[in-house]
Write a protein that binds this ligand. Structure first.
Ligand code: GLU
Length: 261
């Protein structure tokens, strides 16, 4: 299980995402990538590279929409599909509308993949994660909101997952789900901006006002705040608290102590 980060605000997202991914490097990883909404029309731009975050930074400096203010990022530790640029997250649905990052293992991915292939989807990676993007795309195409698409998709997944997605159809929105224990999802409340991550260490430099998703909870996050539901679709109560620690201390010493479990 590796690193997840997300940011929605008014300042450029790429430097925030890269900084947050670096805060998660201690977990180990084999590749890194980000997706940002390149413009108000909601065009998604994905940059991902095998190897160190430095490789991703080099690719971004020649090719990324650096002014984007909303985006998600991932450091991968491969479980399904070798480490490669193509298997790195984020993964995009066929129609280019839904982009997904994921920690964990979709245990029934082979069954889902063959089902999706039968329905005409094309896969660009060998990962289990890509099934999530295609399933979500189908729900969005049938009229579901992004959070509803993730909730309905979650019902099809076996295993433990932490999932974050964005859509060109809902610019400015990130959705997240925690299913079982594939690492956590922590949401951080800033001043006119919001952040999320798999680990508190990546959130604390931006916010000490945080909420932790429990197993079976989902979040819809935009730059103004967050709303929470559970797998039944009803509203969920999250554990929100102020972390009494300064970010400098949080980035020293024993990282494991601050993980969102
Ligand atoms: N199972 C996914 C993959 O192989 C996610 C791995 C991870 O948690 O980093 O891409």
């Amino acid at each position: 299980m590796c690193g997840i980060v997300g940011f929605a605000g008014e300042r450029p997202a790429v430097p925030v995402l890269i900084r947050a991914l670096k805060d998660l490097e201690y977990r180990g990883y084999d590749s890194a990538g980000i997706a940002v909404l390149a413009d108000a029309g909601g065009t998604l731009s994905i940059t991902k590279k095998q190897g160190k975050i430095a490789n991703l930074e080099a690719a971004l400096s020649s090719n990324g929409p650096l002014a984007a203010t909303v985006g998600i990022g991932h450091t991968r530790w491969a479980t399904h599909g070798r480490p490669s640029d193509q298997n790195a997250h984020p993964h995009l649905s066929c129609n280019g509308e839904v982009v997904v990052i994921h920690n964990g293992i979709v245990e029934n991915y082979a069954e889902l993949r063959s089902e999706l292939l039968t329905r005409g989807h094309t896969f660009l990676s060998e990962t289990d994660t890509e099934t999530v993007a295609h399933l979500m795309e189908e729900h969005v195409a049938s009229g579901s909101s992004l959070i509803e698409a993730l909730r309905l998709t979650a019902a099809r997944l076996e295993g433990s997952q932490a999932i974050v997605a964005m859509s060109a159809a809902e610019p400015g929105v990130m959705v997240a789900a925690r299913l079982g224990n594939a690492g956590g999802i922590v949401v951080g409340y800033g001043d006119g901006e919001m952040v999320l991550a798999s680990d508190l260490a990546a959130v604390l430099p931006l916010s000490q006002d945080v909420a932790f998703l429990a197993d079976g909870q989902l979040a819809r996050v935009d730059r103004e705040g967050a709303a929470y539901i559970d797998l039944s679709g009803g509203s969920a109560t999250v554990q929100r608290k102020r972390i009494p620690i300064d970010p400098v201390s949080a980035l020293k010493g024993d990282y494991a102590h601050f993980r969102a479990l």
